[in-house]
Design a binder for this molecule. Structure first.
Ligand SMILES: CC(C)(COP(=O)(O)OP(=O)(O)OC[C@H]1O[C@@H](n2cnc3c(N)ncnc32)[C@H](O)[C@@H]1OP(=O)(O)O)[C@@H](O)C(=O)NCCC(=O)NCCS
Length: 164
């Protein structure tokens, strides 16, 4: 992990965030939705559309050659256009993805911890996410302080209280 850095996401990262959204949607390899399909689906595209908006924030993990290897970001969605992990208008929702070749090496946990710290520094007390229950990522989230607040057929909404 010493070879990796973390920096704040900027508007120049919009394409990479789309890449990571594609990875998050396709965590189940047989799903294999195309980038175009995902961007044409408003319930998915709204996690990245118009990045970055004034309240958006996130982090990008970069390798020694400054190539992006993962990203974790928060976006506020609202009751009129809720995300899968929507809790309330003032609770931002997390999206996270790591480039396939970098998975299982601690990048995701590092990004998750760092983006929760970034949220805390912004005075945010509660954050949410949605995860399909079969995704091992749900265990990562639970280990990092998220708890399930609502369950649907295949997915859970999880919340972390991060206020000090
Ligand atoms: C989920 C994801 C962000 C996690 O990032 P990562 O860098 O692979 O995860 P880490 O290496 O930090 O590992 C975190 C934990 O998950 C476990 N883990 C990692 N890969 C795993 C796998 N394929 N199966 C089961 N557990 C796994 C690790 O063992 C680790 O736990 P431990 O430290 O207790 O051993 C990344 O795998 C990913 O992008 N997956 C596809 C997209 C996705 O699912 N996004 C989330 C949608 S909700």
């Amino acid at each position: 992990m010493t070879d990796l850095g973390i920096r704040a996401a900027t508007s120049a990262d919009s394409e990479f965030l789309v890449d990571m959204l594609v990875e998050a949607v396709n965590w189940l390899p047989e799903r294999n939705w195309s980038r175009e399909q995902i961007l044409a689906n408003p319930a998915l595209a709204h996690y990245v559309s118009g990045w970055m908006q004034p309240n958006d924030f996130g982090l990008v993990a970069v390798d020694r050659a400054d190539r992006s290897v993962g990203a974790a970001w928060f976006r506020y969605l609202n009751a009129a256009d809720p995300g899968y992990g929507y809790v309330s208008d003032d609770v931002p929702e997390l999206t996270i993805g790591v480039v396939e070749t970098w998975r299982g090496r601690g990048v995701g946990r590092m990004l998750l911890r760092a983006v929760l710290d970034a949220a805390r520094e912004r005075g945010i007390r509660t954050v949410s996410l949605s995860v399909e229950r079969a995704n091992f990522a749900a265990r990562l989230y639970a280990a990092e302080g998220f708890r399930t607040v609502e369950s649907f057929e295949d997915a859970d909404t999880m919340v972390a209280e991060i206020g000090t």
